[in-house]
Design a protein around this ligand. Structure first.
Ligand code: ISE
Length: 334
């Protein structure tokens, strides 16, 4: 059975997802590329051989020739379009965040619970990164003892948008770490504290967060959106009898001038190329079978990241430790 995919949003991430579907997923067909910018949608669709182009996302979701949907449109559309997919019975891979507002995530979860099934897979693709999967497996297999501390570095070359702020380092970038640490540790958060350094220029300075888990562990997160030297994301997990760290991923080492050089990627797309492809294969299996992938992020995980991010932004603004408070886990997500 070929899964006919509609990609909503033909920008940076949407075009990448469309390319992966069209060129690397044998069991899928790029059926529709949808974007409010008709020229941009047409350009991506024609380059990838999509069957059709559209500009109305709600109409695309309802089309009889669309089996599943990838939402990669602007963040504020993620939850409303996920709700439309649930109502239409379409499984959806929704780019992160599901929403920055926990209340919108609750609406999506309520719709899935009313439908009696999960429809939403949230695009926290790092869960599919081989290094993070190996870290999670090492902990699960008891190779490092009980987890105590997880350290996370998340460094971008420069802020992804001119209006990026310190709070957005927490609400836009850090949700990856909030989700990855929950996924590896199998726990939730009790509280978060946040501080921001001061740069000599007007660029967004690094934000450092400390999260306490409900199981007594500590998670540290440094987000530096203006690291300049490269896209560098790493983690180290410290256990009671050992530890495991993800390495800087470089496909080459250049030896010259009595020095060795390991290049950094420019952004997340090449660094997580394998993770995006594993995530898409998992989504296509979900779309075909309805079986939610064990490693994937559900609407509940989207909610958990949004709650942590909201509390973290408050901790930074108010200069205090803020409790992370969530509803009880609904049975659909247990
Ligand atoms: C961006 O939105 C992403 O999702 C990237 O994975 C992350 O590294 C970057 O910091 C975010 O701005």
């Amino acid at each position: 059975m070929t899964i006919r995919i509609a990609v909503i949003g033909a920008g940076l991430m949407g075009a990448d997802h469309a390319r992966i579907v069209a060129e690397e997923m044998p069991g899928a067909r790029l059926q529709v590329v949808c974007d409010r910018d008709a020229a941009r949608a047409r350009s991506v669709a024609e380059a990838l051989g999509a069957a059709d182009v559209a500009s109305d996302p709600e109409a695309v979701i309802a089309r009889a020739d669309v089996d599943a949907v990838v939402v990669a449109s602007p963040d504020p559309t993620h939850a409303p379009l996920s709700l439309a997919c649930i109502r239409a019975g379409r499984r959806v891979l929704c780019e992160k965040p599901l929403s920055q507002a926990p209340a919108e995530c609750l609406e999506v979860m309520a719709a899935e619970q009313a439908a009696g099934a999960r429809f939403v897979m949230v695009g926290f693709m790092r869960r599919f990164d081989p290094a993070l999967a190996a870290m999670r497996a090492a902990l699960a297999e008891g190779r490092i003892g009980r987890a105590l501390v997880m350290h996370n570095l998340h460094r971008n070359v420069e802020t992804p948008a001119a209006d990026f702020t310190g709070a957005m380092a927490i609400t836009n970038s850090a949700p990856h770490e909030f989700d990855a640490a929950r996924h590896v540790l199998g726990t939730d958060y009790a509280a978060i504290s946040a501080w921001q350094a001061r740069r000599s220029d007007d660029r967004v300075a690094p934000v450092v967060m400390v999260l306490e888990t409900t199981d007594g562990q500590i998670v540290t997160v440094e987000v530096n959106n203006n690291a300049a030297y490269g896209y560098d994301v790493r983690a180290e997990l410290v256990g009671e009898t050992g530890g495991i760290a993800t390495n800087h991923l470089a496909h080459t080492r250049t030896d010259a001038g009595r020095a060795a050089c390991l290049p950094y990627d420019a952004d997340w797309r090449p660094r997580y190329a394998e993770a995006y492809r594993r995530q898409m294969r998992a989504f296509l299996r979900f779309a075909a079978t309805g079986a939610f992938p064990e490693a994937a992020a559900s609407a509940w995980d989207g909610y958990a990241a949004a709650v942590a991010a909201e509390a973290g932004a408050r901790a930074l603004a108010e200069g205090r430790r803020v409790p992370v408070e969530m509803i009880a886990l609904p049975e659909l997500y247990a």
